[in-house]
Design a protein around this ligand. Structure first.
Ligand code: GUN
Length: 294
């Protein structure tokens, strides 16, 4: 089978164009959406993501505040930053890059963010709204991006067996909730599998749609995938590569070269889910701005 390559850059560009139209409408009313991105410490991957998010805001005309705080920032200092952003009327979206350094209680930080500005969709109120299928809430950007890719490529999700590999709060759990919800691009039968799942390979082979978000380089092999499955690879893993100038290369959670020939469609890494996450963050920021100012 020759797999369709699911082009995340193309889908993301479409979504960004939709955001751009909505931003123009807001600008015409004298409103500029604002996003604050907070990074504590200088983890290289997190620094890269935060800068990419700020850059995309600038391209789109979203007011962007990038706060790069020292690694030794205390819980109290970070809570104060969040409080200031909650009260800043120019800011409609707040994102604290995960994971923070060890001294930070991440759950308490997320709980301190105004749910109306929680464009990551991590706050309890937004998690509950996802469970309740209340569309006024914010859904985490990566799973929303995965769902949008499936929809853009006309993948049948209705009644499909979806296996989500990974149970994180950022991807696995919200991904499962999105796919089991009622509606377009959803209505699926969902299994969450993870590192402790028995007969994991067999479970993955039952998937019509396999969404890999386990954070282990090239974990999913050809034998784990059913012929004709659709595979969405959320993984962004650095592996040593002495031939590459950077000394590393990025691979997904799926062994692409051996899995792709079995698939109906598959996302590449990079260029698959990654660009969708940033585009969805822009979409959530515009949504927050409209809800707050509307
Ligand atoms: N770290 C990895 N993915 C994400 C994300 O979507 N949001 C935040 N805040 N941190 C992350």
């Amino acid at each position: 089978m020759s797999a369709t390559l699911i082009d995340g850059k193309k889908s993301a560009a479409k979504l960004i164009a939709e955001c751009s139209e909505q931003i123009a409408e807001l600008t015409a009313q004298g409103i500029t959406p604002g996003l604050a991105v907070v990074l504590v410490g200088s983890d290289p991957a997190s620094t890269f993501y935060v800068r990419s998010k700020s850059k995309k805001c600038k391209e789109l005309g979203i007011h962007s505040v990038k706060l790069e705080l020292p690694a030794e920032t205390s819980q109290e200092e970070l809570l104060k930053v969040i409080d200031d952003l909650n009260n800043d009327t120019a800011i409609h979206g707040i994102l604290v890059q995960s994971p923070p350094p060890k001294q930070i209680d991440e759950a308490a930080i997320i709980a301190a963010i105004d749910p109306a500005k929680d464009v990551d969709g991590f706050h309890q109120v937004n998690v509950a709204k996802l469970v309740l299928e209340d569309s006024s809430g914010f859904v985490p950007c990566t799973p929303m991006g995965c769902q949008r890719l499936l929809m853009d490529y006309g993948v049948e999700t209705e009644g499909a067996n979806v296996v989500v590999l990974g149970r994180s709060m950022i991807v696995g759990k919200p991904m499962a909730l999105l796919m089991m919800a009622k509606g377009k691009g959803a209505n699926s039968t969902v299994t969450i599998a993870h590192s402790r799942t028995k007969n994991l390979s067999e479970v993955m082979r039952g998937a019509d749609i396999l969404i890999a978000a386990i954070g282990k380089p090239e974990f999913v092999k050809a034998d784990d995938v059913k012929e004709g499955a659709v595979v969405i690879d959320v993984g962004i893993n650095r592996v040593e590569d002495l031939i590459d100038d950077r000394g590393y290369r990025i691979v997904g959670d799926v062994a692409f070269d051996e899995v792709a020939p079995k698939c109906k469609a598959i996302t590449p890494v990079p260029g698959g889910v990654g660009p969708m996450t940033i585009a969805m963050l822009m979409a959530n920021t515009v949504k927050a701005c409209k809800q707050i100012t509307g």
